[in-house]
Design a protein around this ligand. Structure first.
Ligand SMILES: C[S@@+](CC[C@H](N)C(=O)[O-])C[C@H]1O[C@@H](n2cnc3c(N)ncnc32)[C@H](O)[C@@H]1O
Length: 445
């Protein structure tokens, strides 16, 4: 198949609808898209189109589902529903002529045995939408899940945690995330790398000591020095972890939840430390190995549970520990728009219990005078401030340290507490996802 020609839009919509259906059934969107690409023999040039269709629909899934409920006399079978949501997402913000979208959706329905019997239904409901879109959209948007495109439980938590800012946080999910790079300052100065980018026609915005946002955001393989390990992709908010760990050459450092390894690599770029990168999942640990190899860095990679160190710890204490704990990913919705649809209310409780188990289990591994940085890519208080508040009460030998450039006064939450809550921001000088950080020192006896 030609690499420049695209498949028919109907086939692209079919693939994207399959991925959207898998997401609704609980599958991560990137895995679902891989499966859809495998199942449909699409032209390579169609793959980014399918991704764009599926990601765009995911951003407005709450609205499309509410619209569909208003249009349908009865609930359609799952593959039909997914195709209908996908087509509605295109009709809401049409980049193509609405008649083209309807015709291609009908063709997509006819091409699949699971949906062919519903081609008339797809045609009729999409045309019904086009007869009175404004009224149908107004009616659908009366439901908060459709108005804000987040599950109701997620909105409830945000409203409690941020009585004044929850709308802005929710709207940040619509932003298209920038391509932020981390320059390997062991190999090249930030200014020199920026000069190389600009010489190749990129527009650059420096947003941190090693962070630069580049446009256009094309393939990373085309970036100067990518293969030689001069640069990696990492959000500026995530780049603060290695900077805030206060690293010095020769230290023993544990990255306890390391995969896919962005922060591990950054730690090794910042100082000549002895790094142990631990992760529960062997396949994800493989990504850490690949990343370090590309960057020409080395550390000890261990597969194990951070909550049970007796199974993997060699009894030599660490100077620094990074706990980048598993979380709901509520701070990175602009990058991972599927996470909000995959998580359930109960996950917050389960994850908070896991976060507490991990930080409690790792505390004895830290030297007196050593520092532990707790981090999550979440904006939920239950995964940040609440975890640290109760940790500090339980551990009298722990004291919170101020973060450089991240004092309490700068916390942009509605309520103050321990740690530093970065909220998702998209401004010329500051453009990052949402993260919680707290730096804790172990008192000397
Ligand atoms: C937020 S991600 C870490 C991202 C990583 N620090 C980075 O910057 O690339 C959380 C990681 O924790 C791992 N994980 C979850 N539970 C764990 C546990 N009990 N012990 C160790 N790793 C765990 C997950 O497999 C996942 O890779």
């Amino acid at each position: 198949m030609s690499t420049t020609l695209r498949s028919a839009l109907a086939d692209e919509m079919r693939s994207a609808a399959q991925a959207l259906g898998a997401l609704a059934a609980g599958e991560r969107l990137d895995y679902a898209l891989e499966q859809a690409e495998h199942d449909h023999d699409l032209a390579p040039a169609s793959r980014p189109v399918v991704r764009d269709l599926a990601y765009s629909a995911t951003r407005v899934l709450g609205l499309c589902q509410a619209l569909a409920r208003g249009l349908n006399m009865r609930e359609p079978a799952a593959p039909v529903a997914a195709l209908q949501w996908l087509a509605l997402s295109q009709l809401i913000a049409p980049q193509r002529h609405p008649a083209t979208i309807v015709n291609q959706a009908v063709r997509a329905a006819r091409a699949d045995p699971q949906t062919e019997g519903a081609a008339g239904f797809i045609n009729a409901t999409l045309r019904a939408f086009l007869r009175s879109p404004a009224a149908l959209l107004d009616a659908a948007r009366r439901h908060p899940e459709a108005r804000w495109n987040h599950p109701d439980w997620w909105l409830d938590v945000l409203r409690i945690d941020y009585p004044n800012a929850w709308q802005a946080i929710t709207e940040s999910a619509d932003w298209h995330p920038p391509l932020t790079l981390r320059v390997n300052r062991r190999r090249i100065a930030l200014a020199d790398y920026v000069a190389r980018l600009e010489a190749q026609g990129y527009t650059c915005r420096v947003v941190g000591p090693a962070a630069v946002i580049v446009e256009p955001a094309g393939s990373v393989l085309a970036l100067p020095g990518w293969a030689e390990g001069l640069v990696s992709v990492q959000d500026e908010g995530a780049q603060r972890a290695a900077l805030w760990l206060d690293l010095q050459d020769g230290q023993r450092v544990l990255d306890a939840c390391a995969a896919p390894g962005g922060k591990s690599a950054h730690i090794l770029e910042e100082a000549a430390v002895h790094l142990t990168a631990l992760d529960l999942k062997p396949r994800r640990l493989e990504r850490v190995r690949e990343g370090l190899e590309r960057l020409g860095l080395a550390g000890t990679l261990l597969c194990g549970d951070a909550a049970t160190p007796r199974r993997w710890w060699d009894r030599v204490p660490f100077d620094r520990i990074l706990v980048d704990a598993p979380c709901t990913a509520s701070g990175i919705v602009r990058r991972a728009p599927d996470s909000r649809w995959l998580r359930r209310r109960g996950d917050l409780t389960t994850l908070a219990a896991a976060q507490t188990r991990i930080i409690d289990a790792l505390w004895p591994l830290l030297k007196p005078g050593g520092k532990l940085l707790y981090a999550t890519c979440s904006v939920f208080r239950a995964e940040g401030q609440d975890i640290i508040e109760s940790f500090l009460k339980r551990h009298k030998d722990a004291r919170e340290l101020a973060l450089p450039g991240g004092s309490h006064a700068a916390v942009r939450t509605d309520s103050l507490g321990p740690g530093f809550q970065l909220l998702p921001t998209s401004m010329p000088s500051e453009d990052h996802d949402g993260f919680f950080y707290c730096l804790i020192e172990k008192r000397r006896p």
